[in-house]
Design a protein around this ligand. Structure first.
Ligand SMILES: NC(=O)c1ccc[n+]([C@@H]2O[C@H](COP(=O)([O-])OP(=O)(O)OC[C@H]3O[C@@H](n4cnc5c(N)ncnc54)[C@H](OP(=O)(O)O)[C@@H]3O)[C@@H](O)[C@H]2O)c1
Length: 289
């Protein structure tokens, strides 16, 4: 049987980048939906021009595709004007299966944009798998890397709130299965195997790197002040601050067994994640970016 034709939205995102790698390793070259196809490497998967803020790009992206991995970039506008219209076009054009990257808590926090997409999918008639993922370890190697590399500190306004941090390599491995195999459940709740607060996160960094990394637990005001000087949209900063406000309430630290159930092995640990990305925590790496 021929492989399904797969489209990946957000191929450079924290999950997308690993999903593309894992698809290619299986011999499947996905189509990748990017805002600037001209900037993509010629040796990589075939890019198609796609922008959530430009509905004219939707039809070509989903044409002759069987299955799509979809995520919603918080800066890309309301889901009713971005993700949902894309899914409507996908359904019209014969896409059969959608794997949607949602967020842990979307099952109860019905006001979240992700929950709106979930509700649309449930009544869409499309085959779908919803991945409600917990806090990504990769936030630490991207957005928060600079504070760790240059100041030896974790600077996140989450107080003593706990999170079931998950490695996006695991989320991508489950997205891959959900795209390629029949018979998956409609919803998976994806966490790592440990519920940690950021004091414990910093302690794991210190132990693995052999140098002190301190958790500062800043106030929201000092967090926003520090981030104002960085390249981030106001919408994204507001979304991030809101997420950490929830974390502070300490209701987001629950763990599930779904990663192990689907992958047949325990989730990757934070210790392993820090060790695998050692070069990223160095000042030299940060300054070279
Ligand atoms: N971060 C977490 O801990 C976490 C946990 C669970 C769920 N989630 C959810 O996962 C989703 C993705 O978050 P993330 O942190 O993984 O994002 P991310 O790594 O920042 O990636 C965002 C991606 O969206 C693309 N993009 C941005 N604006 C676009 C537009 N207008 N049209 C098309 N593509 C666009 C970006 O492309 P460029 O490369 O061109 O900028 C990038 O590939 C969000 O809905 C978030 O709520 C996140």
């Amino acid at each position: 049987m021929s492989s399904p034709r797969v489209l990946v939205i957000g191929p450079a995102s924290k999950v997308g980048v690993h999903l593309v790698e894992q698809l290619v390793a299986q011999g499947i070259s996905p189509r990748v939906a990017v805002r600037r196809p001209e900037a993509e490497s010629r040796d990589g998967p075939v890019p198609v021009r796609f922008d959530f803020t430009d509905p004219a790009t939707f039809a070509e992206a989903v044409d002759e595709v069987d299955a799509i991995f979809v995520m919603w970039p918080p800066g890309a506008g309301a889901v009713r004007r971005s993700v949902i219209p894309l899914l409507e076009v996908a359904r019209e054009r014969g896409v059969r299966r959608v794997v949607f990257l949602s967020v842990f808590g979307a099952g109860t926090l019905s006001f979240l944009p992700h929950a709106q997409v979930e509700r649309w999918l449930e009544s869409s008639g499309l085959e779908h798998v919803i991945l409600r993922a917990g806090y990504f370890m990769q936030n630490l190697s991207t957005m928060h890397r600079r504070d760790i590399a240059l100041h030896s500190e974790v600077f996140i306004p989450a107080g003593r709130g706990h999170l079931g941090l998950v490695d996006t390599r695991d989320v991508a491995a489950i997205a891959l299965k959900a795209l390629l195999e029949p018979g998956h459940e409609r919803v998976y709740e994806l966490t790592g195997g440990e519920s940690l607060d950021f004091y414990e996160v910093a302690a794991i960094f210190s132990a693995v790197l052999g140098e002190p990394i301190v958790y500062r637990a800043p106030s929201f005001a000092s967090f926003i002040r520090r981030w104002r000087g960085r390249e981030i949209s106001a919408g994204m900063l507001a979304f991030m601050t809101l997420e950490y406000a929830f974390t502070r309430l300490d209701r987001s630290g629950g763990l599930t067994a779904d990663v192990e159930r689907v992958l047949g092995r325990p989730p990757l640990t934070l210790r392993r994640f820090v060790d695998d990305h050692r070069e990223r925590w160095s000042e030299a790496y940060q300054l070279s970016r």
